[in-house]
Design a protein around this ligand. Sequence first.
Ligand code: PLP
Length: 393
Amino acid sequence: MSGKLDFIQQEMAALREQGLLVQPRVIDSPQGAWIAVDGKKVLNLCSNNYLGFANHDVLKRRSQKAIEAFGVGPAAVRSIAGTLTLHRELEAKLARFKGVEATLTFQSGFCANLAALGSLAGPEDVILSDELNHASIIDGSRLSRARVVRYTHCDPQDLREKLRGESQARRRIVVTDGVFSMDGDIAPLPEIVKVSSEFDALVLVDDAHGEGVLGRAGRGIVDHFELHGKVDLEIGTLSKAFGVVGGVVAGRRDLVDYIQQKGRPFLFSSAVPPADTAACLAAVEILEKSGELVERLWANTRRFKEGMRNLGFDLGRSETPITPVMIGDAKLAGAFSRKLFEEGIFAMSIGYPTVARDKARIRVMLSATHSDSDLDFALEVFGRVGRELAILH
Ligand SMILES: Cc1ncc(COP(=O)(O)O)c(C=O)c1O
């Protein structure tokens, strides 16, 4: 007799068979260049800890002080009784850092996308979305109940064609990742802004992987392209380069105020705790003072990518510290990742549905915490394992 939960065994077996089962490894150390994973010390090539803030002494001290001053929990959603002076201080500091009128912070970047798209778009509107946009943009778009039209990845000409047919929509909203999280390429934002302005469309950019990475001392993609005042809303995360947890929207005061009225994660989910908020404040202050960590991140990125290309690896379209090592087959990518781990390197394989079925890869993330000798070790192991598995010839 078939049971109502049989689908679970069937679907889990199918995922296992295709090499697509999600099996998180467990970390038992602070974040850093080397971490303890499943009881083994390994070189960490898969965190979003771009600048080393996740275990930075200054951030830790600020967190500890905030716990003493405010306790551990926010005790409410922000709209009722959860907004602390710390949240407002962080929002003001982020606004100054990014050169915008206002920002509003959230529990995560995912929540920031849900809040932004859920607030700005409705059933009468159309969202034009890059076909490789992050899942949180996809889910935020669904939440809005707007019609979604996908345009070809990083193709302003296709965006123009798609916008041409949408003059009847109440609002046209163009949304793109700034840096694409699985490929590491950068959206052609100046062209997207230009095309969008021809059709009076709002422009939203999700800068989760640009913040702390692109622009002056990590001010993000808008700063990188000098598009200040031309992008309606930047959406970001405090969980990657900023090293902590949280999300942010940044732009004109009236727009940000509007999202505070309408954004459901703001209205219906508890605030970020004081310790995390204080740590984020410290991260922004460090970047306001110096771009040194960002420069180190880019020096590491250049060194590693040059070495990998010389070995013969295909790094796809990457232009940033996100370095996909293209493999194709999900099972082979999984085997590569496991073999790297045996050799002391933590670099996860990524398969469907995060990337297309035949585009499985190892995703290497570089960080300012890596030393030259860490990177040389990584190159030596990648080369050896790549030849062993006949990925390199
Ligand atoms: C492009 C993009 N947007 C949003 C998010 C979500 O950010 P968070 O982890 O802070 O929820 C991520 C992270 O995975 C991302 O890569």
